[in-house]
Design a binder for this molecule. Structure first.
Ligand code: 8NA
Ligand code: MG
Ligand code: MG
Ligand code: MG
Length: 348
């Protein structure tokens, strides 16, 4: 069904934007107090309610970089890493106050300094040559997953190349691969049928097992760190709702700027929100996923955004409240980018 698939492409792009815009006000690195969780609930209620005039919620680096990547893929009709790098850098210098990670700013300065003659060295030099394991690769990866809809090997190639512009640490790259894989799987599922959450995680575990085996885990204390985290996702998702406290989820899965401690968390939020969650009052499973992700605190904009990208790819635009969308900066532009990516990779 092509119209459902188009809606899923839009949903994923809009999910990135909504999670980022609604999550960034809570992004102070801490857990949310119960009072703040109530504010979050009321704020979603209001945004989804009857239209009211208010300044639009601004997006941050997550959406800015997603936008640049989507535009580059659409303009070039293929992955051109030099063009992507140029668009990232141009966008950063136009609006440097979008909340970029400290490390990536150094990469952008070096790329501009070498006039894009050397795309790979700046990222490799990060953190004393280790490369970044931040979630900045994963947070912007949705367009690469949509662009590679038809071919998983192409997805892996595209994600690796686009991530390495800023993130070369194996854990940073594999986090982007995992996030893209979750989107890829979600696009292929029918939102009108009950999601088999265990199958969804098992498929992710199987793919990450292969990826982490093919690469060398040398130098890492745990050679298959994503597989380990996904197994924790699987065990947590099997627990009953009442007993599963936010503190436990945060302690087991994390809510930080590290890809390893945020991408599995986003996947967990999407999966847990298939069913009602204590303390989150809504009938809408897309909103439930994003609101729950933000309520876990920490890197709220990014975990909200990654959760939104996966949930949007599963449910499609239909489940995204249009009043809420009106309050997000550039929402029409993100919808159109979803359409263009759909035309590029599916309806050629
Ligand atoms: P990054 O590459 O700078 O990584 C993020 C952070 O992770 C770094 O600043 C380091 O503290 C740490 N880090 C990464 N790799 C290493 C390493 N090898 N050794 C030691 N420390 C390391 O940037 P990014 O693009 O990955 O960051 C993404 C996050 O930054 C997103 O959450 C995004 O929203 C943004 N962010 C913004 C704010 C804000 O103030 N608005 C706060 C947190 C994060
Ligand atoms: Mg951000
Ligand atoms: Mg943050
Ligand atoms: Mg963030």
């Amino acid at each position: 069904d092509l119209s459902l698939l188009r809606s899923k492409f839009r949903g994923s792009m809009l999910g990135v934007l909504i999670g980022d815009c609604t999550g960034s006000p809570y992004d102070n690195g801490d857990q949310l107090t119960s009072g703040m969780k109530l504010v979050l609930q009321k704020s979603f209620d209001k945004l989804e309610g009857p239209p009211f005039k208010a300044p639009v919620m601004q997006f941050t680096d997550d959406s800015a970089m997603t936008n640049s990547l989507a535009k580059s893929l659409i303009d070039q009709k293929e992955l051109d890493v030099v063009d992507v790098a140029k668009k990232f850098v141009k966008c950063y210098y136009q609006e440097p106050n979008r909340g970029y990670g400290m490390g990536v700013i150094t990469v952008f300065q070096k790329l501009r300094g070498n006039k894009f003659t050397d795309i790979s060295s700046p990222a490799k030099e990060q953190f004393n040559g280790q490369g970044s394991w931040g979630n900045g690769g994963a947070m912007r990866v949705a367009p690469a997953a949509l662009f590679s809809y038809e071919n998983y090997d192409k997805l892996l190639d595209t994600v690796r190349n686009v991530t390495q512009i800023t993130h070369t640490h194996k854990v940073g790259i594999d986090g982007a691969i995992l996030q893209a894989t979750a989107i890829y799987q979600s696009l292929r599922l029918d939102p009108n049928e009950e999601l088999n959450v265990i199958n969804f995680i098992d498929d992710l575990i199987c793919k990450m097992n292969q990826i982490e085996k093919d690469e060398e885990g040398l130098g890492l204390s745990e050679p298959q760190p994503y597989k380990v985290q996904l197994c924790i996702v699987k065990s947590l998702i099997s627990e009953n709702d009442e007993g599963l406290r936010d503190e436990k989820v945060i302690q087991k899965l994390g809510n930080s700027v590290a890809a390893l401690y945020s991408v599995p968390t986003a996947i967990f939020c999407f999966l847990r929100a298939q069913k009602p969650i204590t303390g989150i009052q809504t009938d809408n499973p897309f909103r439930r996923a994003v609101q729950y992700a933000i309520s876990l605190g920490g890197d709220t904009d990014t975990i909200g955004s990654m959760t939104g990208a996966i949930a949007g790819a599963f449910y499609g635009e239909e489940k995204i409240n249009s009043n809420l969308l009106q309050h997000c900066e550039a929402s029409e532009e993100f919808r159109i980018l979803g359409d263009r990516l759909f035309e590029l990779s599916v309806a050629r």
